[in-house]
Design a protein around this ligand. Structure first.
Ligand code: NAD
Ligand code: UDP
Length: 340
């Protein structure tokens, strides 16, 4: 029997694409997800796509009894840890919830892994841990900054916990993957991002306008020191992010301690460029108005992807037009996400 990969948060946006990539690569996968921000339908669609079903356990990473049961009843070799809450705005209004879920949940998972003798971990971190870097592109050896909200701080705290733990317990092999801005969907249009309620992020907001669910985009500020005055980000296809996890999983087997890799393309696009690219891919107009800056936003942020290229043999392959057309295909096929 092949050893299994435990994927926490595997029913969610990035977790579902990674679960599919793992299954396609021949891994056995156990998904643990409490479905607080996802649907079991994503897993059903994965099974349709690759004709293999991941094993699914509905439950919470904060439930130690459940984790112990999972580790004793499955031969788990590594954990990909996606589970967590991710809404910046919500984290400001309910910070304790965020620290409890993300930080306490991660500690609980680490304790259960240690007890089970499982030391290979890939953790979903974020470019937000760099704070407001003055220098672009952002390299992994740049100092971490001051995240502007409890969500970002929860990611930074977990990173620091992992660093401390790996220093005192050298058997850990950890990847901290700092994602830039994952967008897009599987090219089949069967799985994609399905935000609850009003989207906070640019891409789902734009695609919901194009499908007629929302009226107008508010562009948060046009007075940034960027070429067109709007915020610049490193948008990366979720399929490339998923593939980055498989490469990291392989790489940590030969690398003890904590390894940090950016998952970005190395190219930044402005909000106005994204609107244009989406209009081109979809043939729809995206009406917008410029309003004041969103509090906590930074002007620009893009990755130096060379370390991941050199050490993981991974680079983002998919173009901006592909990110746009895959988002649009998913939006058209599932206008109500997984709620149909
Ligand atoms: P998502 O919300 O779609 O997926 C997270 C999954 O975790 C969901 O299925 C949710 O139900 C599950 N979950 C949450 N709390 C849980 C708990 N206590 N126990 C079990 N399951 C739980 O989010 P995503 O966009 O797929 O992000 C995955 C990870 O990547 C998150 O940790 C997020 O913070 C991180 N990340 C995401 C982005 C992004 O732009 N999407 C950027 C940087 C980092
Ligand atoms: N943005 C915007 N309007 C929106 C959502 C986002 O103008 O409704 C801008 C935001 O200011 C930033 C970029 O789009 O410059 C990406 O924002 P998103 O929330 O998607 O990701 P972030 O980089 O903030 O994590």
């Amino acid at each position: 029997m092949k050893k299994k990969i435990l994927v926490t948060g595997g029913a969610g946006y990035i977790g579902s694409h990674t679960t599919l990539a793992l299954l396609e690569a021949g891994y056995n996968v156990v998904v643990l997800d409490n479905l607080c921000n996802s649907s079991v339908k994503s897993l059903q669609r994965i099974s349709t796509l690759c004709k293999i079903a991941p094993e699914f356990i509905q439950g919470d990473i904060r439930d130690r009894t459940l984790l112990d049961r999972i580790f004793t009843s499955h031969d788990i070799s590594a954990v990909l840890h996606f589970a967590g809450l991710k809404s910046v705005g919500e984290s400001v209004t309910t910070p304790l919830n965020y620290y409890e879920n993300n930080v306490s949940g991660s500690i609980n998972l680490l304790q259960a892994m240690k007890q089970a003798g499982v030391f290979d971990l890939v953790f979903s971190s974020s470019a937000t841990v760099y704070g407001e870097s003055k220098v672009m592109p952002i390299r992994e050896d740049f100092p971490t900054g001051q995240p502007t909200n409890p969500y970002g701080r929860s990611k930074l705290i977990i990173e620091q916990i992992l660093q401390d733990m790996a220093k005192s317990e050298p058997q850990w092999c950890i990847a901290l993957l700092r994602y830039f801005n994952p967008i897009g969907a599987h090219p089949s249009g069967m799985i994609g991002e399905d935000p609850n309620g009003l989207p906070n992020n640019l891409m789902p907001y734009i695609s919901q306008i194009a499908i007629g669910k929302l009226k107008k985009l508010s562009v948060f500020g046009r007075d940034y020191p960027t070429p067109d005055g709007t915020g610049v980000r490193d948008y990366i296809h979720v399929q490339d992010v998923a593939e980055g996890h498989l490469c990291a999983l392989n790489a940590i087997r030969e690398r003890n301690g904590v390894n940090i890799w950016n998952l970005g393309t190395g190219v930044g696009y402005s909000v106005l460029e994204i609107i244009k690219a989406f209009e081109l891919a979809s043939g729809r107009t995206v009406p917008f108005q410029v309003i004041q800056r969103r509090s906590g936003d930074i002007a620009e942020c893009w990755a130096a992807p060379e370390k991941a290229a050199k050490e993981l043999g991974w680079t983002a392959k998919r173009s901006l037009p592909e990110m746009m057309s895959d988002t649009w295909r998913w939006q058209q096929k599932s206008p109500n996400g997984y709620r149909d």
